[in-house]
Write a protein that binds this ligand. Structure first.
Ligand code: ADP
Ligand code: MG
Ligand code: MG
Length: 891
């Protein structure tokens, strides 16, 4: 019989201690860590975990439980009873429990925790007596009814909030803390009536009914819409399932010596090695993150820095704080990572309720990884593996220009760093809709909740009026890498008129707003930004990464400015320099059109002669930045019709330049129309039909290379790349043209430079015939954008209409234009690499599609033994780190 229930606490641990990953998979992150904390001797309230396997089985069996489960749970409850000396449902000394969800990875879409389960009309009296605190008992009961009604019964929680507000108003109270036992008692009666009205049944009084209701609700939440959305956004498989944790309650709401809090062992925002957190005296559960009361600082230093008055925990509860600090250090040593911790103090006694690796900003991830390696807590290789390459994206984005004028409206908490500007929206759906229309949006909310996730994802930045540094908005924004300002208390949001008022000014939905998540500033309008640099921890980690990686990293760039950015980011050459972009330049386009529309070779040569000096200049500037490095230049590739004139004026310009009549030009343009240009007259087919185009391009390349050699004494290494080759003969013909141009230039200049001629592999036929093609091609560059299109038979530009569903329905695991289809397209790459190497053992292999900046695709390239990947300039550091991680993983 499979065991589904695993106890922890009170010296008992049912979980297997040997394999950490397996344990987390079985018990979920929360359950595994509760068991682990208990087993290393930390104070953890006893409890048990129902495994994720049960969840999977529950769904497989049509949402029913195996018979054995009831007995297993009863035994586990008995375990908690014996450790605590309390009895579940006992009117004299009742055991109360929390019911908590916990998937393998923390998932904000899952069911909210239910606290104080086990309270009913009888046990509440017992709790009052045993605790000697009637107010506490009734406060706990009303919390329980409210939570249970909301998260388990799914009743409308606004009605419950309202009822509380009415009692407060009637008594002239402002804070919950002013409520006395009798007021809570009255509220409980009110709540029970609300439940009967909305649920048509009285609030469950049987504690076992309560327990099973909550357990079933946790499993049910695994398939809730918001959980599915979160899984989709985060690539979490649907069959992982969630665990349920049932745990004895400890009470942070038992008066002034009790408290609850959340903390990080280091600063999750900037990574500095200082305890970081918030707590609330006489509070329970989510009070700290819910934004109802403003939490207090954990440390004296943080309180003083913020200029806040309410005492920090360090000051108010010195002894317990010292104990907590000891636990922080122990947990960091044990887990060898920064921890995110939840704790409760019950009448001076500390209890640990959760620990996990803390979410952090990219900046903090870098600093913590580098610091921990320097502290010898982890190795440098581990530090390299600790940082998510994609998260670097956050650091590679612009920040606010310190010199730019800022129209500061207000200041909130710097909850997630980075600058963002966009139009104001007040709800998640509008955020998603306007983002879909190509707008940048800033989501402005009172506070966020898991229902807002899709809007937060769509937004460039998030602003909330309530909530602290550990509020839902702050935590989720940091995880997503979205700048966030939380707790901007001066902000008044009016959802009716869709406007916000602050500092006497009103901004409407659609107005521009800028946030600085690093300072907490909120500014009207759009503020100028500046580019990032690779310094400090970033530079250090990159150095360590470079030591491990085997793949070279090049860049896709065609302007000197982009080349410079890429070199500053560590690019080791150019993997793809497209030449068509150079043709679109306003000053040249007429000559380009003249070339295309010419009736014969002589006409084309006239136009090409105008373009030659311009092309040479392009290459000279790029080569100057790239001396000594390989520069792969792709000869003209796109269908000619992309350059055609459209407007009357454009035709007139070409007519003037060529002396051909407008009507004749239009007729010629019409002839160039293609039904399927992607598979039409493009790539080397242009070179085959009009060799003079490639000849002039090659001439420009070699003249520029000679110029740079002359000027600087050092040459670049041009790698001339022929696009869309499918047969060896095509490549042979084009190679002849290129070699001919090189020979002519070198003879004329009396000097020469090293160069290669190779091809893109972007057609399945080219991959299959790679053995033959390699006889002529000195390098292969996998053009995975086209190779994906031609292998899948999917046009990237038209895929948007169905790709979303294809990913949702699991047909493609991920967008194949973002992350390489390793099974299909990857197989062609492997075949080509293998066959190419047989013919030409030293053949140079690289990849130059968008995939060159995608970590999963980079890992594949490393495994296949390619020589380099090529990524867009801002992705170069991401590629360097991903390449290092791939090498370390393959060791
Ligand atoms: P989440 O995953 O949303 O953080 P948790 O299960 O961690 O949900 O519960 C949220 C909070 O509820 C905890 O941080 C803690 O303050 C409180 N809580 C949970 N279980 C208990 C318990 N057994 N005793 C006291 N407080 C608890
Ligand atoms: Mg929660
Ligand atoms: Mg928690």
């Amino acid at each position: 019989m499979t065991q589904y229930v695993f106890r922890f606490g009170g010296g008992v641990s049912d979980a297997q201690e040997d394999d950490k990953l397996a344990r987390t998979n079985l018990l979920g992150g929360k359950g595994a860590n509760l068991a682990e904390m208990a087993s290393i001797g930390l104070p953890v309230p006893p409890g048990f975990t129902i495994s994720t396997e049960l969840c999977t089985r529950y769904y497989a069996d049509g949402e029913t439980y195996p018979d054995s489960l009831i007995g297993e749970v009863a035994q586990a409850i008995a375990h908690i009873e014996s450790v605590t000396g309390k009895t579940f449902g006992d009117a004299a000394n009742p055991l109360l429990v929390s019911v908590r969800s916990g998937a393998r990875v923390s998932m904000p879409g899952m069911m909210d925790t239910v606290l104080n389960l086990g309270l009913n009309d009888a046990t509440v009296e017992g709790l009052a007596k045993v605790s000697g605190d009637e107010r506490f008992a009734w406060d706990s009961y009303r919390r329980f009814i409210q939570m249970y009604s909301d998260v388990v019964l799914g009743l409308d929680h606004d009605a419950f909030e309202e009822a509380l507000e009415i009692v407060k108003e009637d008594n002239g109270f402002y804070n919950d803390t002013e409520m006395e036992a009798e007021h809570w008692k009255a509220l409980v009666a009110e709540y029970k009536t609300l439940v009967e009205e909305q649920w048509a049944k009285p609030f469950p009084q049987d504690v076992n009914d309560q327990l099973w209701g909550a357990i079933t609700a946790v499993f049910g939440s695994w398939q809730a819409e918001r959980a599915k959305v979160y899984r989709r956004l985060n690539d979490i498989p649907g069959d992982w399932g969630t665990a349920v944790n049932v745990q004895a309650m400890v009470f942070g709401n038992m008066g002034e010596t009790s408290a609850t809090g959340v903390a990080f062992t280091r600063n999750p925002s900037d990574g500095s090695n200082a305890y970081y957190g918030e707590y609330l005296i006489n509070a329970q559960g989510e009070d700290v993150v819910a934004g109802i009361r403003t939490p207090q600082y954990l440390t004296k230093a943080a309180r003083e820095e913020a200029g806040a008055k309410p005492l920090s925990m360090e000051e108010a509860m010195g002894e317990t704080y010292a104990e907590l600090a000891g636990v922080f250090d122990l947990l960091e040593k044990h887990y060898r990572d920064m921890q995110d911790i939840e704790f409760t103090v019950e009448r001076g006694k500390l209890w640990m309720l959760q620990t996990r690796s803390g979410k952090r900003t990219a900046k903090a991830a870098l600093k913590i990884a580098v610091d921990m390696a320097n502290e010898d807590l982890i190795t440098q290789e581990e530090a390299v593996q600790r940082v998510d390459p994609m998260a670097l994206d956050q650091l590679l984005h612009p920040t606010l220009d310190p010199d730019a004028v800022r129209d500061v409206l207000t200041r909130g908490l710097p909850a997630s760093p980075g600058a963002a500007a966009g139009v104001i929206v007040f709800d998640a759906d509008t955020a998603e809709r306007r983002k879909g229309m190509g707008e940048h949006v800033i989501l402005v909310r009172m506070e966020t909740s898991p229902e807002d996730i899709h809007g937060m994802h769509a937004a460039e930045g998030i602003l909330t009026a309530r909530g602290g540094m550990t509020s839902h908005a702050a935590v989720v924004a940091r995880g997503m890498g979205r700048p966030c300002v939380s707790g901007a208390g001066e902000l008044v949001i009016d959802n009716e008129t869709r406007s916000m008022t602050v500092a006497g000014r009103t901004l409407k939905e659609g107005n521009m707003l800028t946030l600085d998540g690093s300072t907490g500033e909120v500014m009207a309008g759009e503020v100028a930004t500046i580019q990032p640099e690779l310094v400090g921890d970033f530079g250090t980690l990159m150095e360590w990464a470079d030591r491990s990686r085997k793949l070279n990293v090049r860049t896709n760039a065609e302007t000197p400015a982009d080349c410079r950015v890429a070199r500053d980011f560590g690019a080791e050459g150019i993997g793809l320099c497209r030449t068509e972009h150079m043709f679109f330049d306003a000053a040249r386009i007429t000559a380009v059109r003249q070339m295309i529309l010419a009736e014969n070779e002589a006409g084309r040569r006239v136009a090409l002669d105008k373009l030659l000096p311009e092309q040479r200049q392009d290459f000279t500037e790029i080569f100057e930045v790239m001396v000594g490095l390989p520069v792969t230049i792709r000869l003209l590739d796109p269908p000619l019709h992309e350059f055609l004139p459209h407007s009357e004026n454009e035709f007139k310009d070409v007519a003037e330049a060529t002396g051909i009549g407008i009507e004749a030009l239009k007729r010629r343009a019409n002839e160039l129309h293609e039904f399927n240009p992607m598979l039409g007259h493009r790539g080397c087919r242009l070179g085959v039909t009009y060799p003079e185009i490639y000849e002039i391009q090659a001439k420009a390349i070699f003249e520029a290379a000679c110029d740079v050699l002359e000027k600087s004494g050092k040459a670049p290494i041009p790698e001339v790349m022929i696009p869309l080759v499918g047969t060896k003969r095509e490549l042979d013909l084009m190679k002849e043209v290129v070699d001919g141009a090189a020979k002519a230039v070198f003879a004329e200049r009396g000097q020469s430079v090293d160069y290669l001629v190779g091809t893109m592999i972007e057609l399945p036929r080219a991959a299959l015939m790679a053995g033959e093609i390699a006889a002529s091609g000195e390098f292969f560059s996998f053009g995975t954008n086209d190779l994906t299109q031609t292998t899948l038979g999917v046009s990237r530009d038209d895929a948007a209409r169905f790709l979303g569903q294809y990913v949702d329905k699991g047909i493609y695991a991920r967008d194949p234009f973002v992350s390489l289809d390793i099974d299909g397209v990857g197989q062609l790459i492997e075949i080509a690499a293998e066959k190419g190497r047989v013919t030409r053992p030293d053949i140079k292999l690289g990849i130059c599609g968008e995939h060159g900046g995608d970590p999963a695709s980079i890992a594949f390239c490393a495994k296949t033994g390619l020589d380099y990947v090529s990524a867009s300039p801002y992705r170069v550091p991401i590629a360097r780190l991903a390449a290092a991680q791939a090498a370390l993983a393959n060791q």
